[in-house]
Each structure stands twice: as structure tokens, then as C-alpha cells.
Design a protein around this ligand. Sequence first.
Ligand SMILES: N[C@@H](CCC(=O)N[C@@H](CS)C(=O)NCC(=O)O)C(=O)O
Length: 351
Amino acid sequence: MKLLRPGAAGAKQPGGALDAHPETRIVNVQIQTLVADTRAALNSEGELIGDPSTTTPRFELFSAASSICSQKVRAVLAHHRLTYLSHMMNLFEGQTYLPAHVRLRMLGCKQMGTKLVDRHTGSTSVASGGGCDAAVVPTLVDWDAGTVVVDSKRICRHLDEAAVADGARSLRPVHLAAAIDAELDIIDNLPNYQMLSGKPPGEDRRPPTQRGKNGVDFAMGKVERCDRYLAEFADDEVLVRGYTAKRAKELSAAQQLFTEERMQEAYVTAEAACQVLERQLQAAKSEWLLDDRLTMADLCWGIELLRMGNMGADIFWKDDKRPAVAAYAARLRELPAVQSAVVNWPGALFS
Ligand SMILES: N[C@@H](CCC(=O)N[C@@H](CS)C(=O)NCC(=O)O)C(=O)O
């Protein structure tokens, strides 16, 4: 891995080659400014991941080490060996709320065409969660297309399509697309926020850095962060919309998600998903869950099962409880893309 200085003499600026499409170029200039502001706020020049000879990587990714949504995107990038400029954000220091980043995502949310999410269902899904969140990661910039892409599921598909256009084999082949999407929806709807931040029913098996936490303080910290930004940027219509929706979402999380009853429900949901997976794996006649070739569903399950294991929820499949899930989780963990996006990515697993 090599440090790349996008502004260095002789280096072509990402996003500079869009002269043929004036309409796109206007958006692109806006993206360029917001990306430059976000980099400056993070004090990050970015780290080039992939081919070290690349001077103008097509993709630029803002992600967080431990974010499960970011991990899925990094795994697809790694699987397809796509080169990108990576900027890391610290979720616990609230870096995803930086105004330039929120403005950047507001462009992506607009392009996605969904409203801003203002309540928390416990899942990270845009479809069932009620919309787009302007203060989270991952955020992908595609300099060739002149777009900012938000939502991990959309980003993974976008990257897969880009790789396929370059001759790669798809992780989401057309004949399996519906089945893969159904798996991605199941995974996207799992209560990862609750299992990471809330107190589990019974013994707290989370790693020491998370153990004992009840979720409410974390969510209220986000509400307070939004309040500070709302006071500071009261005249900025775009930021006010972004932070107001996020504030409402996290307030609903603090008030509703982490009660004993909701935490019980979350664990029941997660275990039920493992039971469905066990049955599917037992019945599968293919090498992987849906095919003889690895699909996006396998990659995302790999990341989900690693997270569950990291939170101590591997009791759902350990000790012969669900042997097919246990074997699948162990196999997925060894995939080079999962190793590089999570297992060997500094800070990706909680200790
Ligand atoms: N639907 C979005 C959800 C993204 C999301 O919820 N990201 C979380 C980490 S997995 C985040 O950045 N949280 C920071 C916060 O809410 O403060 C996606 O899949 O990309």
C-alpha cells in the first residue's frame, strides 16, 4: 500500500476527465469541492489500496474500520481487485457527521431518490429503514461516472457492475440476482446496531470494549452531536435537513431500540435468520449458498457471521448447534476478500 497525494504535481486530479459531459461536470465540480473539504476536515490524503501504479484511482471510499456496511463494500472492492483511494472515519468520534461529508452524502441521497430516514428500525436497510442517512458511511465517489453513491447494497452493485464492464465475472449473475438480493435483504435487516450497542438478554458475551454498554448513551451522544451542528449551521438548509433527520432517527433509537423487550426480539430475529440459513445450507447442492461460484450473498454472509461471532452470538451455531452455519462461517472467514476487508483490516473487529 502506498500513500497517494491527489494534489501532487503531475498527478491528474480525480474527476478531472469529464469535459465531454458538461451536465455531469457541474455535479462533478461540486463533488470535487465536497471531497476536498471532507479530506481536509479529516486531515487525510487517503491511502491507495490496490494497484500501486495507479495515479488517478476511479474510486474513492470513505469508510469506517468496524462498520459492517463499510466492510461489505471493502470486500467487494477486494474481491474484484479494484483500486481505490481509502479514507478512514472514526465512528466513535463522530467523523461521519463532518459537515462536508454530510453535504456530500446529501447529494448521494438526492440521487438515490429516497427521503431522509428519521426513525430507527434497528437495521441498516434503506428500504425497510425508511430512507437515506446523511451522517453514516460507507460513501463512494466514482470519479469516472461523476457520482457519489450511498448505501452499501447500491455501492456493492455499482462496483460489481463496474468490474463486470471491465471483464470480471459478476458476483451477482443475472440468473441469480433475485435470490442474491433476497439474501442481501435478510442480512441488511438484521439488528446489527442493537447487537453491537445494546445489552444482550442473558450473559453479555460482547468483547470487552463493548461489554456492559446499553446503546442509549451511544445514541444520545449522536443526538447531542446533531444538536451542536444544528446550532452551528442553523442557516444552512441542506445541513439542517440532514442533521434534523439524523437527530430524530437516533432519538428514536435511544428511546425504543434498547429496551429489554426489543433486545430480546433482536436476538430472536438474529437466531431465526441463522436457523433459516442452516436449513438452506443443509439443502444446498452447490459449493456455496446459491451457486458453485461465490456470490455477493456469500461475501455479505461472511461479514455478517464474523460480526455476530465477534459479538459472542456464535452461540447460535457453535458446539454443533447449527453445524452447516458453523462450517460456512469458518470457510467464509478464510476468503481473501474477507481477510483483507475485515480480518486483517486494522480495527475492523472489536477487541
Ligand atoms: N444503509 C446504509 C447504512 C449505513 C450505516 O448505518 N452505517 C453505520 C455503520 S454500519 C454508520 O456509519 N453509523 C454511524 C452513525 O450512525 O453515527 C448502508 O448500508 O450503507
